[in-house]
Design a protein around this ligand. Structure first.
Ligand code: GLU
Length: 447
């Protein structure tokens, strides 16, 4: 059966590179197997979820090349969760609790003080109907916990192999808050079951949830999907990435001029058995992703690696891929291919082409380091048309006439023609600068 996978962000912040990892691992897993990808917005937290973040999530995924086959949002599906909660109540797996957070915290401290694990003691299970009525008469509203089976849940993890969670060591999880709103656990299971998700691929921070969720699937009589828990991207120090790391938000990276393919390669290949290298196409990456080759160690990533990956992609990029962006910085259509060929090897990002176009089109202030050489070079400029051979023929002539050679020849010419002491190969740049501008610059004029 073709897989159906899902990526389920909460729209409470912008997606960042750490979120790109599960999004892509799911998407590529489905793509490699002719499956489908569901985007689910986990927006049951009404206070923190915003429409702007929901819209941004879809845009950011589209930029990465992810177009979901299916889409849903949890805020539309309350009736399904209510029905599931009712079923759990009917079979005695969902029970009301009245403790306040302060009471729970006191109990937790007492347990820790006695060297006991701070697990909820199920005191509410033994409340009599009269005690409940009395509590409600005081204005207390219940929150609802799922009664776990105290057993070990086992599964064969796509990434980690045989995995287990001992549910006897866990507190019965709260599924419904006092105000009647759902925490993430139940809606996630209900949606996975109702939409027929075959594979749940997510970060290893969800391993414990899986123990609980497997029990929920079973309590609701639903088939249990296959699970895979990948390592999380961390910073170089091993710290997890949080939504507050604004510069690693996908939209910040996009605004900073990174290619989606660089982000994809870094997000997917870091912390796997594959070398991190730039892969331009989604299918190439899909062909490489093997969840069982993901490492158990944290996937430390180095933002500097993004520059390296991006530069390598840009150096290979065909001119057609950047025509639009070159037009935006003023490169005329007729010169786009030649200009791109001249500069791409010098760029980290496509946007770095802008200053080189400014050098070609001018005006720039030339730097005249050797006035006599510049004057002779100006006089020796050949007539147009110019091509890739012009530079060589011209500098040969200048060398013969002046006796200057090597760096003493080339550096003053570069400084005069571009105003800079570094840059793209001048044999490619010179024809773009053209004879008129070259002559004026060699004469020390701003041009
Ligand atoms: N909304 C959850 C999260 O962002 C989804 C986790 C899951 O994939 O089940 O952590």
């Amino acid at each position: 059966m073709a897989p159906l996978v899902r990526f389920a962000p909460s729209p409470t912040g912008y997606l960042h590179i750490g979120n790109a990892r599960p999004a892509l691992l799911n998407f590529l897993f489905a793509r490699a197997r002719g499956g489908r990808f569901l985007l689910r917005l986990d927006d049951t937290d009404r206070e923190r979820s915003t429409e702007a973040f929901a819209v941004a999530a879809r845009e950011d995924l589209a930029w990465l090349g992810i177009e979901p086959d299916l889409f849903l949002r949890q805020s539309d599906r309350g009736a399904l969760y209510d029905a599931a909660a009712e079923r759990l109540r009917a079979v005695g797996r969902l029970y009301p609790c009245y403790e306040t957070p302060e009471e729970l915290e006191r109990r937790r401290r007492r347990q820790l003080g006695r060297g006991l694990p701070p697990v909820y003691d199920r005191a509410a299970l033994s409340l009599t109907p009269e005690e409940r009525v009395a509590l409600e008469a005081q204005g207390r509203r219940p929150h609802w916990r799922f009664l776990l089976d105290h057993r070990t849940v086992e599964w064969d993890d796509l990434v980690r192999g045989p995995a287990h969670v001992d549910c006897a060591s866990l507190s019965d999880p709260v599924l419904i808050r006092e105000d009647g709103s759902y925490l993430y656990t139940l809606p996630s299971v209900v949606d996975d079951a109702e939409t027929g998700i075959t594979h749940v691929i997510r970060g290893e921070d969800h391993v414990t949830n899986t123990g609980v969720q497997v029990q929920l699937f079973e309590a609701l009589g639903s088939p249990v999907p296959v699970f895979g828990h990948h390592n999380l991207l961390t910073d170089a120090g091993g710290e997890g990435l949080s939504k507050r790391l604004g510069h690693l938000a996908l939209r910040s990276l996009r605004e900073a001029g990174y290619e989606p393919a660089a982000i994809r390669s870094l997000a997917v290949l870091t912390g796997s058995a594959e070398a991190v290298r730039p892969l331009a196409g989604l299918d190439e990456l899909a062909g490489l992703v093997d969840l069982s080759h993901i490492s158990r160690a944290p996937a430390r990533f180095d933002p500097a690696e993004l520059d390296t990956l991006n530069a390598r992609l840009v150096h290979e990029m065909p001119a057609e891929a950047v025509h639009g962006r070159l037009a935006e910085i003023g490169v005329p259509e007729a010169l786009a291919d030649t200009f791109w060929g001249a500069v791409r090897a010098n760029l980290v990002k496509v946007s770095d082409a802008a200053p080189w176009w400014a050098v070609v089109a001018g005006p720039i202030d030339p730097a005249i380091a050797d006035p006599a050489l510049a004057e002779a070079a100006g006089a020796l400029l050949p007539p147009e048309p110019w091509d890739g051979e012009t530079w060589k023929a011209w500098t040969n002539a200048v060398r013969e006439w002046t006796g200057a050679k090597g760096r003493a020849l080339f550096m003053p010419l570069r400084l005069a023609l571009t105003g800079l002491d570094h840059g793209p190969d001048l044999s490619a740049l010179l024809p773009l600068i053209g004879r008129e501008r070259a002559a004026r610059r060699l004469a020390g004029e701003r041009a």
